[in-house]
Design a protein around this ligand. Structure first.
Ligand code: ASP
Length: 333
């Protein structure tokens, strides 16, 4: 009988912490937990992983994803870029807390240039829980990063048997294992019983190439998110301007509608040179251009939610403060 002599893919696994690396005091405890596990121990808990890939591990951070900072994003992106340039590495998996995973995934998709798969993965339940989801999610992510199907798709997010383009995916549920979705665009495919089933590929330019190159050690511009609501007051805008924000993203109502004080706050911000984006607090849909945007100096966020709008605006501001150029980034990326 012929033996399969194909060398298993070489996958680099970068650990950053999150629930996937956490344990709780009891198997029924699903929410009160802390990060205790290194990424190497997560892999060693997956049976026969070496049949899928030769996995090399590196722990970059060890924290809850609410503690990830801009500096850490830049460091992560530059470590991933170095690994992608290594001809012996076939793909990258990053374990990450789910709370801010979409921000890191989108940041990486805007800053990395490679056809090799980069897959972010997390878990909704700690590894000590009944029906924990981390081990299978991680196995699936390694399988995806090892696959031919994932090449050229840009940065991906894999959870709960589905995978998504970083540009479109968002955390949509606070506790359920099917927490992630891309409400308008859907998943790219499924991971079922060890098989990658790719059903669609993203056409958005962001998946094809990187557009920004933030330098390690350089601080990203300060961008605040302000949540709009009935009876909103001015003070959050004034505080942001006072703090020296370079950009403000408003989580506005509906299709980016602004309450009177939000409009006034943004007017004052724009006057002070702050670049302002109208996004929406509604979890799906597009914020369309308005004829009022250009005279008011505002930018419409397209389908980017406020947290992803902040990521794009920070990176855009490393290059320009020109409103129409930045509107172009929001339209394309
Ligand atoms: N608190 C966790 C985090 O690091 C949540 C998770 O990973 O599911 O984002």
């Amino acid at each position: 009988m012929l033996r399969n002599m194909r060398k298993p893919p070489h996958i680099f696994l970068l650990g950053t912490g999150g629930t996937i690396a956490s344990t709780a005091p009891g198997a029924a405890t699903l929410t009160d937990y802390s990060v205790t596990e290194g990424v190497a121990s997560l892999v060693s808990a997956i049976p026969e992983i070496d049949r899928i890939a030769r996995v090399e591990c590196r722990q970059i951070f060890d924290l809850d994803s609410i503690d990830i900072t801009n500096d850490m994003l830049i460091r992560l992106a530059s470590e991933v870029a170095v690994l992608l340039a290594d001809p012996t590495v076939d793909g990258i998996v990053v374990t990450h807390g789910t709370d801010t995973l979409e921000e890191t995934a989108y940041f990486l998709s805007l800053t990395l240039r490679s056809n090799k798969p980069v897959v972010l993965v997390g878990a909704m339940r700690p590894s000590s829980a009944l029906s924990q989801d981390g081990a299978l999610n991680l196995r699936n992510a390694i399988l995806l990063a090892s696959s031919r199907e994932a090449r050229g798709l840009g940065v991906l997010v894999a959870l709960n048997d589905r995978f998504f383009a970083a540009r479109f995916v968002s955390k949509m549920n606070t506790t359920r294992v099917d927490a992630f979705d891309a409400p308008d665009q859907g998943s790219l495919g499924l991971i079922a019983d060890g098989h990658i089933l790719l059903y669609q590929t993203p056409v958005s330019a962001v998946s094809k190439s990187a557009h920004f190159d933030p330098q390690p050690g350089a601080a990203l511009p300060l961008v605040d998110i302000i949540y709009d609501h009935q009876s909103a007051r001015l003070h959050a805008y004034l505080a942001s301007i006072e703090a020296g924000a370079n950009g403000i993203v408003v989580a506005a109502c509906g299709n980016g509608s602004l309450t009177p004080n939000a409009r006034e706050g943004l007017k004052r911000a724009v006057k002070c040179g702050v670049v302002c984006v109208r996004s929406s607090r509604v979890p799906a849909g597009v914020v369309t251009h308005s004829t009022r945007d250009e005279p008011a100096g505002l930018i419409a966020s397209n389908t980017l939610n406020p947290q992803k709008s902040r990521i794009l605006l920070m990176l855009a501001l490393t290059r320009t403060t020109d409103r129409s150029q930045i509107q172009g980034y929001f339209d394309r990326y």
